[in-house]
Ligand binder design. Structure first.
Ligand SMILES: Nc1ncnc2c1ncn2[C@@H]1O[C@H](COP(=O)(O)OP(=O)(O)OP(=O)(O)O)[C@@H](O)[C@H]1O
Ligand SMILES: [Mg+2]
Length: 257
């Protein structure tokens, strides 16, 4: 029996509360393997809430709805169980972890993802060298402590380094373009393109305020999130509409019954 491959990521009518306040109010979204979807929305619309919920951050309570990874309901699963199933999340404000080098962090993370206990340092180092080069990072980058003293651009590229080595099936990237100058933005979008070359089946949900990064990475779909609801979905032209008219035009659409 053959089965057609289902969506890589499916979010079904998701309602999420933070400290008792409803933030997401029925978000549905389906990303097929190999697709890049952009989620846009103004400050406070719930974009990072969605990312945190996908990560299973305990501060975010799913009151109804479901999250599926390759057809499997993962709504009740812990962060590591989701990572094992191929979910990767990049953060808006990645944490500094003093005393943990990029290399050691990646070694542990890769061991967890790939179910191998003793992931050899040499093997990880070789892959790291390859990817630091491909992502335009400094050679000794992997010996530095995680996010300590990293510039905004370095943090973002470190995130991409993790993403490349973890070989996820679904990647959710929050605010990849925030705080990046135009050259760094270019490097990040080139990095994402580089990773997609190796993993053509990788599904990406890219969370962003601005249309800028979408000039380099053409999304298959664009979704506009306002007040915890997706008010419009469309092709790349939707991002240009946001850039031209801001989010206010979508707000007035939302108010019409
Ligand atoms: N951990 C939290 N504790 C309390 N409130 C929160 C928490 N996380 C999110 N919220 C609230 O949920 C709402 C949505 O926030 P969220 O961070 O998801 O927005 P966003 O779309 O990512 O905004 P931005 O574009 O500024 O990053 C806000 O009102 C915010 O204050
Ligand atoms: Mg945010």
């Amino acid at each position: 029996m053959t089965s057609t491959p289902g969506p890589a990521l499916e979010i079904v009518d998701l309602h999420v509360e933070v400290e008792g306040a409803p933030i997401l109010r029925g978000v549905s979204l389906t990303v097929a393997p190999g697709e890049l979807h952009a989620l846009m929305g103004p400050n406070g619309s719930g974009k990072s809430t969605l990312a945190n919920t996908l990560l299973a951050n305990p501060a975010y309570t799913v009151t109804s709805g479901r999250i599926l990874l390759e057809g499997e309901d993962v709504t009740g699963l812990a962060p590591n169980e989701r990572a094992e199933r191929g979910l990767f999340l990049g953060f808006q404000h990645p944490e500094e972890i003093p005393g943990v080098s990029v290399l050691n962090f990646l070694r542990q993370a890769m061991a967890a993802r790939k179910g191998i206990n003793d992931f050899s340092v040499l093997e990880v180092r070789l892959q790291l060298l390859d990817w630091t080069k491909r992502l335009g990072l400094d050679n000794n980058f992997s010996d530095r402590y995680l996010n300590e003293g990293f510039s905004g651009g370095e943090k973002k590229r470190n995130e991409l380094l993790q993403m490349a080595l973890m070989e996820p099936d679904v990647a959710v990237l929050d605010e990849t373009d925030s705080g990046l100058d135009i050259d760094a933005l270019r490097l990040v979008s080139d990095g994402i393109a580089e990773i997609r070359k190796d993993r053509p089946q990788l599904a990406i949900l890219l969370i962003t305020h601005y249309q800028r990064i979408l000039e380099y990475l053409t999304p298959d779909r664009v979704h506009v999130l306002i007040d915890g609801r997706i008010v419009e979905s469309g092709g790349p032209e939707l991002a240009r509409k946001v850039e031209a008219g801001g989010f206010d035009s979508f707000r007035s659409e939302e108010l019409t019954p």
